[in-house]
Ligand binder design. Structure first.
Ligand SMILES: Nc1ncnc2c1ncn2[C@@H]1O[C@H](COP(=O)(O)OP(=O)(O)O)[C@@H](O)[C@H]1O
Ligand SMILES: [Mg+2]
Length: 101
């Protein structure tokens, strides 16, 4: 069965006054059509960061965002800003998720 979501070595690091926060550090996963993936972990372990990273909704203080994300074969990190955000309301979400770190 083919994966609808493939993630390889995904990293999302934030820049803060107290240094770099490695919220997502080398995550790899595959999700097949019709399956459900639950991400479980304690508060602050990076669940939300992972979810936002998958759809490229990022706050302004990103230090590193790298790896490979393919949704139905589309390489999310290689999409233009316009393609990734114009139809999703992503900018509003990104703005509202930006805190004063
Ligand atoms: N924009 C940000 N800038 C700096 N650190 C952040 C930012 N967003 C989240 N963090 C930190 O990244 C880590 C993961 O947070 P988060 O993804 O919200 O975890 P979870 O959803 O599992 O509670 C936490 O240490 C959190 O404080
Ligand atoms: Mg969360």
């Amino acid at each position: 069965m083919s994966a609808i979501l493939t993630v390889d070595n995904l990293k999302l690091y934030y820049r803060t006054r107290r240094g770099i926060v490695k919220a997502v550090n080398n995550v790899s996963l595959q999700l097949e059509r019709g399956k459900t993936l639950a991400v479980v972990g304690e508060s602050g372990c990076g669940k939300s960061s992972l979810a936002y990273a998958l759809i490229r909704i990022l706050p302004r203080n990103v230090h590193e965002y790298s790896g490979v994300i393919k949704i139905n074969g589309v390489d999310v990190l290689k999409l233009s800003e316009e393609d990734i955000h114009c139809s999703s309301g992503g900018y509003e979400l990104a703005e509202s998720s930006t805190q004063s770190w």
